[in-house]
Design a protein around this ligand. Structure first.
Ligand code: NAD
Ligand code: GLY
Length: 364
């Protein structure tokens, strides 16, 4: 039986199912969620090769008229050019307001297909079928959709909640190890911001987590989704507490920007950013030194960076990028910091001198 989590948002509430064998049940589950008619499945080349067939068969088996749109894999597909191609595919496929979009893949496909669904005909339904760990625990839940602009990531987008999320954890067996580890960065984040017991579980069973022990990971993924569902249910549009989901992301996004969105994965940048935010947390929020050491050790156990050592970036470039962060106020970055493992605060300001000192520590 899959694990179930519900995102409570009034008439936009939806279910997240987590477990094996969900792809072959996708058609029936979409029908149960009230979806039918024409479906446009958006996926990338790596994922299409393995999983487009079963998803198409499942949707057709439930009576849907299915079209496929396959984009190149990677962040560069989250752009205006691909989005406009998808509008054409949706028109060619005859999608109307009763039709739906299926995002089958990692966070790139989820964000792109989600924004297609948010904007096509002023908004149609969509289903998230995340196949990367990062997408299962983070990007497929909560309704943030969007594309990148040449000047920065996620600068155009919309809040548009999916009608259903199907996290088929069988698909993790083909996810490259580096991508899997990058997803673990977001899992560690949930432990730091909200759940000390989850953090301890990750520490105790680090080897099993790294080996993707399925029973354990189904439980861990479900717990991450529960935390995200709670936070999003309380603050859908990030007026306040939702910002805590961005622990490690202020510097993380800036590092990705400095790397030109190539070579450094989102989760790896977030891991380095958590090392930075951890040090600031110690200085500004009383995070015990021992907790900072535990965070660094867990990141290293998962093969992730715990600092920005060796990463390509200049301080000036990072400061500019952090000023563009969506949490910034009047171009002054606002940080999410932890006062202990299991509890975070948002909207914390650091002086430029302290931010620079943290950077000097973080890149050593
Ligand atoms: P991704 O979508 O690029 O997927 C990573 C790689 O793994 C790709 O090459 C993909 O083809 C491959 N892949 C995915 N599933 C696979 C599988 N089961 N087997 C084999 N290969 C597979 O990257 P990602 O890490 O999933 O997502 C990163 C994106 O998510 C970024 O654009 C980031 O901004 C976005 N994001 C969005 C939110 C949100 O709330 N909307 C949250 C976090 C991240
Ligand atoms: N990934 C951050 C959020 O969904 O708010």
């Amino acid at each position: 039986m899959p694990k179930r989590v519900r995102v409570e948002l009034g008439d936009r509430s939806y279910r997240i199912l987590i477990g094996g064998g969900l792809l072959s049940r996708a058609g029936a589950l979409c029908r149960d969620a009230g979806l039918g008619g024409a479906a446009l499945v958006v996926t990338d080349r790596n994922v299409a090769r393995r999983y487009a067939g079963p998803v198409r068969a499942a949707l057709e088996g439930a009576g849907c008229r299915v079209s496929m749109a396959v984009v190149p894999a990677g962040e560069s597909s989250k752009c205006g050019a691909r989005l406009f191609e998808l509008y054409d595919r949706a028109l060619d496929a005859g999608l109307d307001r009763k039709s739906f979009v299926v995002a089958l893949g990692g966070g790139v496909v989820g964000d792109l297909a989600g924004y297609l669904a948010a904007s096509y005909l002023r908004g149609i339904a969509f289903v998230q079928i995340p196949t990367s760990l990062l997408a299962m625990v983070d990007s497929s839940v909560g309704g943030k959709t969007g594309i990148d602009l040449p000047r920065g990531k996620n600068l155009v987008g919309a809040f548009h909640q999916p009608a259903l999320v199907l996290a088929d954890t069988d698909t993790l067996s083909t996810l490259p190890r580096r991508e899997y580890a990058a997803g673990l960065a977001e899992v560690v984040k949930y432990g730091v911001i909200r759940d000390a017991a989850l953090f301890r579980l990750l520490e105790r069973r680090a080897a099993d987590v790294l080996a993707c022990d399925r029973a354990l990971m189904d439980r861990v993924i479900a717990r991450c989704c529960e935390i995200k569902a709670e936070v999003v249910g309380a603050d859908e549009r990030e007026g306040g507490v939702r910002a805590i989901l961005n622990f490690g992301h202020t510097l993380g996004h800036a590092l990705e920007n400095a790397a030109g969105y190539e070579g450094l994965l989102h989760g790896e940048a977030v891991a380095a950013g958590m090392g930075y935010a951890g040090w600031l947390s110690m200085r500004l929020c009383g995070l015990p030194e021992g907790d900072l050491a535990r965070l660094a050790a867990l990141l290293r156990a998962f093969g992730l960076p715990d600092s920005a050592r060796g990463l390509r970036a200049t301080w000036l470039g990072l400061v500019r990028a952090m000023a563009l962060d969506k949490k910034a106020s009047g171009r002054i970055p606002r940080f999410v910091l932890a006062d202990r493992i299991g509890h975070a605060r948002h909207g914390v300001e650091a002086t430029p001198a302290l931010m620079k000192e943290a950077w000097d520590v973080c890149r050593q």
